[in-house]
Ligand binder design. Structure first.
Ligand code: ADP
Length: 410
């Protein structure tokens, strides 16, 4: 099956086409009247028996909303023409969407129908930059390829298993009841995927697996994995909370926000949003948001860059310590995403602070992790430290194919 994986933003669409093969025989046909499902299953279970192969093609359509590409429908027409040329006569069988916010409703991938698209739109107040764009993309694909099955995979879904004590904020109940103010958590597809890979590698049944996952990209989050499921996570109501990120502040005293508003009468909520999301984090501390640049400058003796690294590593180490307690003792610490997979220096800075947990890195293994899942801890380490390559597109492609085939079988 050829699956088109799309990430529809407001001004661009990122896409990848992947071949996904079934374990058994390929079912014959799909009809769009089949019901959508929404059960709480992790990706490994949802995609058992499905294997994603090569990436056939990938790319980006930009400037949506300009005279160049007026809207999402036009963007999809451009994409359809591109794919016709690139796929040599083959056609797309299904589309899998990365959807940022599934609110409290979605705890697993779902097959799309009109009601699902409306539900994603209704969640727009929680993700105003993302969910409306996802809905536009879903409708544009319906128009371009009528009847083709579509699946949504939600960034928040994996975290629906968090206990209430972890997802509640200590604020008046009304704020939760009326405005949905609670921890949702993000990067769920990645946390779920690398958890599955780590279990396979260590030979531990998923339901017996306790771990801490550090997804460290431009955005970064840590997740406490208890019995194979998300038990707590560092991002919150939005992806601004938690770790020190490329341009986001992560945790801070909410009074900083109210005090800045009081002291700067001209400052709006929008201004504050911009500063905390785009001008803080590593960038706010030292001027650079890209970890490679920060490391380079720290190596050259730049004091602010060194401070940025230390703050980011210290914040993460504190989360790992807390989550070790939350999961009742982690069996593994998993590093993933750009920084997690490619920065031995940052991993060492974090692990050096975790001696109290009995964590001990093997410097040579940390310098050159081998393969998609690599152990980088020494034999003396009380907790396995792994580097696992994340692949959200692959996870989305597999979940899409699995759901489409499951519906056909039933
Ligand atoms: P996104 O969240 O945008 O998907 P990525 O997962 O690609 O981001 O991670 C981007 C981050 O990874 C950047 O800060 C980048 O500097 C960092 N990174 C990538 N390669 C390296 C490397 N070799 N050493 C240090 N940092 C790296």
């Amino acid at each position: 099956m050829l699956v088109l994986v799309v990430n529809c933003g407001s001004s661009s669409i990122k896409y990848q086409v992947r071949e996904v093969a079934p374990a058994g025989e390929e079912p014959e046909a799909y009809t769009s009247s089949m019901p959508a499902i929404n059960e709480n299953v992790n990706l490994a279970r949802a995609t058992a028996g499905v294997e994603s192969g090569e990436v056939i093609t990938q790319g980006l359509i930009e400037n949506i909303g300009t005279s160049e590409v007026q809207n999402h429908t036009q963007a999809l027409e451009i994409l359809a023409r591109r794919l016709e040329e690139e796929l040599g006569g083959r056609t797309i069988d299904a589309a899998g969407h990365r959807v940022v916010h599934g609110g409290e409703r979605f705890s697993a991938p779902v097959l799309v129908n009109n009601e699902i698209i409306r539900a994603i739109e209704r969640l727009a107040p929680l993700a105003p930059l993302h969910n409306p764009a996802h809905a536009l993309g879903l409708r544009a694909i319906q128009k371009t390829w009528p009847g083709m099955p579509q699946v949504c995979v939600f960034d928040t879904a994996f975290h629906r298993t968090m206990p209430e004590k972890a997802w509640r904020y200590a604020i008046p109940d009304d704020w939760y009841e009326m405005h949905g103010m609670r921890r949702y958590g993000f990067h769920g597809t990645s946390h779920d995927y690398v958890t599955g890979k780590a279990c396979e590698f260590l030979g531990i049944p998923r339901e017996q697996f306790n771990a801490v996952v550090a997804h460290l990209g431009n955005g970064a989050s840590a997740t406490a994995i208890r019995q194979g499921r998300s038990y707590d996570t560092s991002m919150g109501y939005t992806p601004l909370a938690g770790l020190v990120m490329g341009t986001r502040s992560g945790d801070l005293d909410p009074s900083v926000v109210t005090a800045m508003l009081e002291r700067n009468p001209g400052m709006s909520a929008n201004d504050l949003n911009r500063v905390l999301n785009n001008e803080s984090g590593l960038r706010g501390i030292c001027g650079d948001s890209d970890m490679r640049a920060v490391e380079q400058r720290a190596e050259n003796g730049h004091e602010r860059a060194q401070r940025a690294l230390e703050m980011a590593a210290y914040r993460l180490a504190k989360y790992i310590g807390g989550y070790h307690v939350a999961v009742g003792g982690a069996q593994a610490l998993i590093f993933t995403a750009g920084i997690g997979e490619h920065s031995p220096m940052f991993r060492a800075m974090v692990c050096d602070q975790l001696g109290a947990l009995g964590i001990d890195l093997d410097p040579a293994l940390n310098e050159h992790p081998q393969g998609d899942v690599a152990r980088i801890s020494s034999e003396n380490s009380a907790i396995e430290v792994l580097v696992v390559s994340t692949d959200e597109e692959r996870a989305i492609a597999e979940a899409t194919a699995a759901l489409v085939w499951e519906r056909v079988k039933n």
